[in-house]
Structure formats: C-alpha cells, structure tokens
Design a protein. Structure first.
Length: 194
C-alpha cells in the first residue's frame, strides 16, 4: 500500500534546531558547490533581521527535504518578490509529488507576492549525462508548476570567497504584465547584486 504524501513545512528558527545536520547533508549533496552559499551565512540570514526563511519539508512527520527562500521587499508597491533559492527533496522521496507540494506551501507562506523567481542550471552549459539530465528535469518540474523560463542573460554572482560567477537561467512565477515582469527581474538583479 502506497501512502499519499502529507507534506508540511516546519520553520527552522536557528542554529540550535536538531535537524540541521540532516539538512546540511542534503544541502551539500543536492546543491552544486558553485551555487552554495556558506552554511553559516545561510543560518545567519534567517529571521526578521536577515529576511530569509529555512523550512524543513516533512511528509507524514518525517523529514524529506528543505527549502530556503526570501521575501524581497519592494518600496514601489509594497508587494514583495519571492526568491526561492533552494528546494531540495531527498533522492528517495523524489518523483512522488512532495516537491510540488512543498513549492506550493512556500509560495503560500511568502504571500502576498508580486511573483516568485528562482535560478536553475542551464542544461546547455552542463556536461553530457547526469548533470544535463537533472538540469533539464528541474526546469520541466518548475514549468509543470507554472513557472516560465526567462530569456534573460543571467550570471549568478559568486556565492563566496574564491567561488566563480556562474551562468544560470531564471524562472518566474507571475501573473504580471511584460512591463511589470521586467521590473520584477530588474528588482531581483539589484537585490542579489548581479
């Protein structure tokens, strides 16, 4: 008998949380090094002063992944832009709808939003084989959720000392007009310093 996923998010409040070792393991295994900010910086960004959120993704009470995102304030309208920096589901829990459910919950927690933006690897810049397969699969996953791959040149700024800038692609979940969409992307680029 296969159980229907019962996905929930649990906010991680700080460094004393007991699941951090497991999340760190998924972080280092699930995110390429050139895209990973330092774990200590990630934890320091949490909460009201840092403006970032870290959630443990749970299914039927058991940890199956994590999500890390931001609400980027906008002075012009007051409606924030969401930035989902990482969504990682454990390999054994993938392909079951848990990632889609977690994404929907993240969007709901971050509301009200003018849109949600995220970065994905460019499959054309990945080596043949597994890397290209997973990059393509990520884009397809987010397209099924309603995000659009943007035709905008984008290079992720270095995530830490000694790290290179990295060519990526942007995806956006928004009902904005083309002009508003351009402003959302420009706002995001200013926020991350690209």
């Amino acid at each position: 008998m296969k159980l229907t996923p019962s996905v929930s998010l649990r906010a991680i409040e700080g460094e004393s949380d007991g699941v951090l070792a497991r999340l760190l393991n998924w972080y280092t295994e699930g995110i390429p090094e050139v895209e990973r900010i330092q774990w200590s910086e990630l934890l320091a960004s949490l909460g009201p002063t840092g403006g970032a959120y870290l959630w443990e993704v749970r299914d039927n009470g058991q940890p199956v992944g994590f999500a890390y995102g931001h609400r980027i304030p906008r002075a012009d309208s007051g409606v924030a832009l969401g930035y989902l920096q990482y969504l990682v589901i454990a390999p054994e829990a993938r392909g079951s709808g848990r990632g889609a459910m977690a994404y929907a919950m993240v969007v709901e927690v971050l509301r009200p939003l003018a849109g949600l933006i995220l970065e994905v690897e460019d499959p054309l810049r990945c080596a043949e084989g597994a890397d290209r397969h997973w990059a393509t699969r990520r884009i397809t996953f987010y397209e099924r959720l309603g995000l659009r791959l943007l035709d905008v040149p984008y290079v992720q700024p270095p995530v830490g000392p000694g790290q290179p800038a990295w060519p990526m692609r942007l995806m956006l979940d928004s009902l904005a007009s083309d002009a508003e969409e351009s402003e959302l992307v420009a706002h995001f680029l200013r926020y991350i310093g690209a």
